[in-house]
Design a protein around this ligand. Structure first.
Ligand SMILES: [Zn+2]
Length: 194
């Protein structure tokens, strides 16, 4: 059964070892931030640095494991109809909107949504790392190092799927940043199977 994550919101749920999580972009050009914590010890958390280091590349896709801060495999990407996701940038937050967008009354962003969604498991704000940003399209100019956040390559109905390699707590959002999703806020859908 597919669940919807409403625009500019987020959810938390448990995913057991061996289960598959499929994240869908139902309307296209939307981003979903994904976090994973070890169900048995929430101090073990998904790690961008370790994953990119061990993969020796910036763009992570099918066949790539997502590692924890303790170098254990948390999730494997098993299916992907888009082929471009980001693992560099942190979840958008009220400070993102204040600093980058100049908002006076900023939205709490994916960070605030993840904070609320994961609080029931004891996850505190300072325990929120760089998320795996499904469908987020970040380009790098390798001469200058400049980063640009471009419209996602995802079209309506595209997906990415992960298999859990340990019992996990997952945080997942429908992103709240205009830059990430080409200027409009949209829902995200997900399905758990197995
Ligand atoms: Zn966001």
């Amino acid at each position: 059964m597919r669940h919807e994550i409403a625009r500019r919101s987020g959810v938390g749920f448990e995913l057991r070892e061996g289960q598959t999580l499929t994240v869908y972009d139902p309307r296209g050009e939307q981003v979903a931030d994904l976090l994973a914590y070890n169900r048995a010890d929430i101090r073990e958390v998904i790690s961008s640095g370790r994953t990119l280091d061990y993969a020796s590349k910036l763009f992570i896709g099918v066949g790539d494991p997502l590692y924890s801060n303790r170098s254990n495999v948390m999730l494997d990407i098993v299916s992907d109809s888009v082929g471009r996701h980001d693992f560099l940038l942190t979840p958008c937050s009220k400070d993102t909107f204040r600093i980058i967008y100049g908002d006076d009354a900023p939205h709490h962003g994916c960070f605030g949504n993840l904070e609320r969604a994961l609080a029931p498991w004891g996850v505190e704000p300072d325990m929120i790392p760089t998320a795996f940003n499904c469908f987020m399209n970040v380009s790098v100019d390798f001469e200058t190092g400049a980063l640009s956040v471009d419209p996602p390559r995802s079209k309506a109905g595209d997906h990415i799927a992960f298999v859990a390699r340990m019992d996990l707590i997952i945080g997942l959002t429908a992103c709240s940043a205009l830059q990430s999703n080409n200027g409009s806020f949209k829902p995200i859908e997900y399905e758990i199977s197995g």
